[in-house]
Each structure stands twice: as structure tokens, then as C-alpha cells.
Design a binder for this molecule. Sequence first.
Ligand SMILES: [Zn+2]
Length: 297
Amino acid sequence: MWVRVLGSAAGGGFPQWNCACPPCRAVRDGSRPARPRTQSSIAVSPDRRRWFLLNASPDVHVQIESFPALHPADGSRGVPLETVLLTDAELDSTLGLLLLREGGGLVVHATEATREVLYDGTGLLRTLEAYCPVTWRPVLPGADVPLADGLTYRAFDVPTTKRARFGAGEAKGRVVGFRLTDERSGRALVHLPAVQDLTAVRDQLEDCSCLLVDGTCWSDDELIRLGLAGRTAREMGHLPIHGPGGSLEQLAALRIDRMVYIHMNNTNPILLENSPERRAVEQHGLEVAVDGMEIEV
Ligand SMILES: [Zn+2]
């Protein structure tokens, strides 16, 4: 299967429009090597013809334009993209659905908890339905679901204590990860852009060939130290990379061909290509996703 990183930054993108933290300043003024990034989303394909979107970011238009495989064929208005798998109901993961309203309709795979927020919380799916047909496919963690041509997925629950902004905050199914398997090769990709506790999902990572994993913050108190927020990374549902129990030391112990951090917040120093934090990540055998990155799994 093929994976295309459409966007690799957390909500707000890199740089973020209202932010002048050190990495945002550096990417704007070019004083340090760094590349701008759009908000996190990937496309996966079994054959490089049909593509499946994992999350629909607010940057979905520019992401489609930047990837010719997703362009409409001559004289048509159809793109090889009609199915979206959602890991959660966050605006960063779902706002792009509204921007796809001109199409012939969308198939949205989401848990009941996510569907509920998208109908009764943000109302986003309700709005979208006024423009185009929406088919909801319930995501049931643990169930194998065929997508196309030997490509299947299995979702798994990702426990989180992040406070829910909408709805009752039912914990189960609020955040899921996806394990996509190419049945022809037996190789699997795990997409896990939000995870607060890796030990809780470790079984799901066994034997996968490629892991795209939450790289939101370098340190737990990153946003507090910069005076940008009052909450730690963990309180926002993201395990930090660095420090005791951080993701870097845990991931470095796993035997996975390729491990790639994705969903980096703009404050994260690993975005600066000459930072010691970036070097530490690479020395542990991990990579940092960038928009346009392609991986054959
Ligand atoms: Zn910033």
C-alpha cells in the first residue's frame, strides 16, 4: 500500500497564523532550516488509483492540489477520493469534510461517539448533509473492515482523559487509531496521530511495518513554558516525545521498520531541522513527517 502525508502539523499548522513562538518565527523569517506544514491528514491507497483519506483537515483543498493523484480526470468533476476515516471529532480532523461538499457525496467511517459530536455537537455532518449525501459507516474497534483491493482496516480504542468540548464526553470511541493492512503483502500501517498513553495501545503496534505516531509536543510543559496555554501535552491528550515515559524512549525499543512522528504542534523544536531535539529523534531511528512525504508499506 502507499501512504501520502498530506499534512503533518497539529491544529493551526506551521506556522500558525496567530503565533510567534520560536519555531513559527524561524519558519517565517527563514533564520533556521524548517519547512511549513499544513494540518495533519494522510491518504492511503492499495493501488495508487483509489485513495482513502484519514482525517479531513481544514487544509484539504491545498493538500489535494499539491497531490496530482487526487486531481479529477480530464473533463470530469470526480476525484479518486470519496471515503474518509476519522480518528476523532476534533475540528482539525473534520473541518475539511465541509470543504468537500461540492463532491458527489462522502462515505465517513467514524465511531458512534465521533458521529454524535459531528451531528449534535459541532453539527458539522448535519451541515454537510444539506449539500451532499453522507453515508456513515460505524467504526467498531476490533472489527476488520475491507476498503478496496485487499486493503482492510481495524480500528482500536485510544484511551484519553482530554476534556470533551462537545457532548457528554463518553470516553469510549472518542479517539481511535487505525491499523491498515495490505492483505496481499500482509504488511500493516498504524496511524496514531493522537495518543496519550502508548502502553495502552502497544498490542496494536506489534508486527506493523510502519507507524505514524503522535509527535505533537516535545515536552509535556511546552505550551505552559511558552506562555501559550495552561495545560500540559498529556492534559491535551498527547504523550510528549521527551522525558521519562515519553514516546521516544518507548518507541525506540520497538522493532518497526519505519516510525514517523506526525501531527507536530508548531511549538515543537523537532520542526527545526538543526535543533538538538530533531537530532535526538533521528538518533533513535525515528523520522519527522513533512507534507508530501510518501511511504510504500
Ligand atoms: Zn508557534
